[in-house]
Ligand binder design. Structure first.
Ligand code: MGD
Ligand code: MGD
Ligand code: MO
Length: 774
């Protein structure tokens, strides 16, 4: 059994039903109300709900989907997923107060499932785990800051410390944090992006000069065709279904590319639309391409080949030659390279027929108003950067970048992951950014690149890094290779987590460990000069304000900004005499003024952010300005990856259930996929189940083999499912133990969480049962 993973125990209550064929609708909205109201008093829960994503409310702590530019629903801009995130944050029925830590030792807490950890509620006081002790106990804020400062200042080099960020951190906190870290002297700033959309950022920077979406919210409603690749919007960005539905009503066609027939891709019943509630769901997808895992590059290449054929048949009607001539480079080489590939081969790699791919291309061959969106299904493979570059090749052929109703639309995950990068949370900061910091703050920032997430784990493992500081997130569970990563954290002298809720990273601790409890997005933030607000950037580049609305569960919580300011002051002392940390913490407008001075695109930040709905920050590709080496958008040459599976091997993708937010587990159901009361399931094609000699609901172990090492995740129940032959799916973080630390995407170093070669064997059950029959 693995000691470092969530306990490998089955609930014994699995129920499997037919998967849903539509998303949302009444059950979703009732469920969301129930979620929020059951864990807290009704007034508090309701207050949080009605203020979510309103122009004067708070930015939903869940995903980064943008708010509508104009009208917003009067009830609230929420979805089931956002409601669960809010419920998780505002609940008051339990708190993870010092009593909890007195009662349970760290080892005892490690035996509890993630769901249980989350259910303990909000953290209420700073806690310390002293060397050799087995219980966390309270510590004062001042002592905590002093302890961290002493440890940081005792390091041989600032590069022995790692400062992680998860994407819920606001712009203001992120800016202050990176300033503190760079004044301290390191660029070791890994973030959750490294495991998420890093492949997107690398690919887009290479091809169009900016690692962000080129579309605005309104483009969705103006598009003729929207292709959704490797993304499960019904679960992970449910509010996206509203503009998709609107687009459909305006006549748009939708192409879905996914190994699974996810409910939200099939049909949507908007719970806030009386029309939908009365007349039924809107069908979403017009052409569903059920691809094999990681065959998207081959698919998009096939689409490009078909477009070129069509252009020959309809000269001047399919490709946008004037865009290609004026704005791009590398076209001729790209067209020539396509000759190396046969359509039939490409289609076969995807598990599709050429006719199916043609059917999709037919929808957009005569229109440039094509949006392609994608998420983790494209970013977490070895060749992800190339896949995303191929997506851009297709958009460039069509002239779809920088037009109304067309463009590249990566769908970011965490609500402010994009803003954190804009603010400088990055292990590879650009020289211009550092020059600007130097000018504004009069210090010499470190220039060498720091560790990304995977490199940080290795550095801690090898003893090259000794202090881990996490601003949010759950590093131990989010990065790959759970056992290796947990050991890396245990190898540190000090681990510190700024958190809202208890999680497993607090339990894989260094010699000394601290938990610093902070305000969440929903909490009212009051500082010396009064109530403060923060701001966040959505996936389409809108920066808007976010006001907490409920009173925090404990008077001992500090805002992330106050924690960073307090720590910076003690750690840096006179080294940072140019920065008055107390004054910045007292009034966040002052932080925004500094952001304005340092980062382009934030002119009149304080004024602009106060406009209802916020403001768009400048975006080159949207106006066909490509900040690449030659000022042009680049066609690139990319080669599909073959996964030559041996007999008995399957390609596993690790995905989210409907009842989790990343590593936070809200419940054991995955309603849309018809799975209830159990997370330890593995979805397999019925033929694979039979051919490998298994039975439905048999309990199995999953093994990955990489560079001669076997990793095992124990006890998963087989659920036969509509998934391509040779592919399998199971939930993360339980399966992270299978993802080898060295198995990363080229150029972006993102763990290959969506393509892990596994073998399946019958589980060794203590009671010698082979299946779970219920
Ligand atoms: N409720 C909720 N919302 C969330 C999150 C959450 O955990 N819960 N997480 C947030 C975060 S940080 C992120 S990054 C996003 C994640 O949002 P998603 O990317 O939608 O999340 P995943 O569950 O990882 O789903 C990946 C999808 O890609 C498909 N897929 C897997 N491999 C491939 C492939 O090779 N090709 C193709 N075409 N498809 C593939 C899977 O079947 C699945 O539908 O959601 C954000 N929003
Ligand atoms: N196998 C596999 N692994 C994956 C993925 C996958 O698809 N498959 N997805 C990857 C992706 S896309 C991502 S983004 C990462 C996510 O990686 P992380 O961002 O590190 O993980 P989260 O689960 O989002 O972090 C949850 C914790 O954040 C804290 N928290 C919540 N709100 C706040 C807040 O407002 N402030 C502070 N300070 N703390 C807060 C809580 O304590 C909570 O326990 O995981 C990655 N790992
Ligand atoms: Mo993410």
């Amino acid at each position: 059994m693995n000691q470092n993973t969530p306990p490998e125990q089955l609930t014994g209550k699995l129920e499997v039903d037919e998967p849903y064929t539509e998303a949302a609708g009444l059950p979703a909205i009732l469920k969301s109300f129930k979620q929020v109201l059951q864990g807290t008093d009704a007034a508090r829960g309701w207050k949080a709900l009605i203020n979510m994503n309103q122009k004067d409310g708070f930015d939903c702590p869940s995903c980064a989907w943008p708010d509508p530019d104009g009208h917003r629903s009067r009830i609230a801009e929420y979805c089931e997923s956002g409601a669960k995130a809010v419920a998780d944050e505002v609940m008051t029925s339990h708190t993870a107060s010092p009593v909890l830590f007195q009662r349970y030792s760290v080892n005892e807490l490690l035996q509890k499932p993630d769901l249980w950890l989350s259910q303990q509620g909000r953290l209420t006081q700073p806690l310390i785990l002293k060397p050799g002790e087995i219980h966390y106990e309270p510590i004062s804020w001042d002592d905590a800051f002093q302890l961290i400062a002493n440890q940081l200042n005792a390091l041989d080099s600032p590069d022995e410390a790692i400062f992680y960020t998860s994407g819920r951190t606001s712009n203001e906190a992120a800016f202050l944090y990176q300033l503190f870290v760079r004044m301290f002297g390191t660029n070791n700033m890994p973030d959750c992006s490294n495991m998420c959309h890093e492949s997107t950022s690398v690919a887009l920077a290479e091809s169009i000069g900016l690692g962000k979406a080129s579309v605005k919210y309104e483009d969705y409603e103006k598009a003729d065709v929207i292709m959704i690749m490797g993304q499960n919007p019904g679960t992970n960005s449910p509010r996206m279904l509203t503009p998709l539905e609107e687009a459909k009503r305006n006549g748009a066609k939708i192409i879905a590319v996914n190994p699974l027939h996810e409910a939200g891709l099939l049909a949507f019943r908007d719970p806030q639309s009386p029309r939908d509630m009365l007349f039924g769901a809107q069908k979403m997808t017009d052409v569903f391409l059920q691809v094999r895992i990681n065959s998207d590059l081959a698919l998009v290449k096939a689409m490009c080949k078909i477009l070129l054929e069509e252009e020959t048949k309809n000269p001047g009607k399919v490709l946008d030659q004037s865009f290609i001539q004026q704005y791009t480079s590398g076209y001729d080489a790209f067209v020539k390279s396509l000759d190396q590939f046969e359509l039939n081969d490409l289609a076969a790699q995807c598990g599709l027929t050429v006719a199916q791919i043609r059917e999709a291309v037919d929808l957009f061959k005569f229109t440039p108003k094509l949006i392609i969106c994608w998420a983790m299904g494209l970013t977490q493979h070895r060749n992800s950067v190339e896949t995303i570059n191929e997506v851009i090749n297709l958009l460039l052929l069509k002239g779809s970048i920088g037009i109304e109703g067309g463009g590249a639309s990566p769908i970011r995950g965490h609500s402010n992951v994009q803003g954190d990068r804009t603010m400088g949370v990055w292990e590879k900061p650009k020289p211009e950014f550092l020059d600007s910091l130097k000018k504004v703050f009069n210090f010499e920032p470190p220039r060498n690149h720091g560790f990304d997430a995977v490199a940080a784990v290795k550095a801690m493992h090898e003893g090259k890094a000794k202090v881990f500081f996490g601003l949010g997130g759950n590093f131990a569970m989010a990065v790959s290779d759970t056992n290796y990563t947990a050991d890396a954290l245990k190898n540190c002298k000090l681990t510190v987590h700024v958190s809202t809720k208890l999680n497993r990273s607090h339990l894989h601790h260094g010699e000394t460990a601290l938990i610093l409890p902070c305000l969440g997005r929903t909490d009212r933030d009051i500082q010396a000069t009064g109530v403060q607000f923060v701001s966040c950037e959505s996936t389409t580049g809108v920066v808007a304000q976010s006001h907490g609305v409920v009173d925090s569960v404990s008077n001992s919580l500090k805002s992330e900004i106050a924690i960073i300011g307090g720590l910076a002051k003690v750690t840096l002392g006179v080294k940072a005499d140019r920065v008055d940390w107390d004054s910045l913490v007292a009034k966040y407008d002052r932080i925004r003024d500094l952001i304005e001075q340092t980062i382009p695109g934030f002119d009149n930040y304080n004024e602009q952010v106060r406009k209802p709905g916020g403001f768009y920050i400048p975006n080159g590709p949207r106006v066909r300005e490509f900040k690449t080496n030659d000022g042009k958008a680049h066609f690139t040459l990319n080669t599909p990856n073959h996964h030559d599976l041996e007999t008995g091997e399957l390609l596993l993708m690790t995905i989210r259930s409907h009842d989790q937010f990343n590593t936070t587990v809200y419940g054991n159901d995955d309603r849309y996929r018809g799975v209830y009361n159990e997370r330890r399931v593995v979805f397999m094609h019925p033929n694979d189940v039979a051919n490998l000699g298994f039975k439905e609901k048999q309990v199995v172990d999953l093994h990955s083999h990489y560079n001669g090492k076997q990793r095992t995740a124990h006890k998963f129940i087989i659920v036969p499912y509509d998934i391509p032959v040779g592919c399998a799916a199971a939930y993360f973080p339980e399966t992270n133990v299978l993802v080898p630390i060295d198995s990363i995407a080229e150029k972006s170093n993102t763990p290959t969480s969506k393509s892990i070669v596994i073998r399946v064997t019958p589980a060794v059950m203590e009671d010698s049962r082979q299946t779970v029959d219920q």
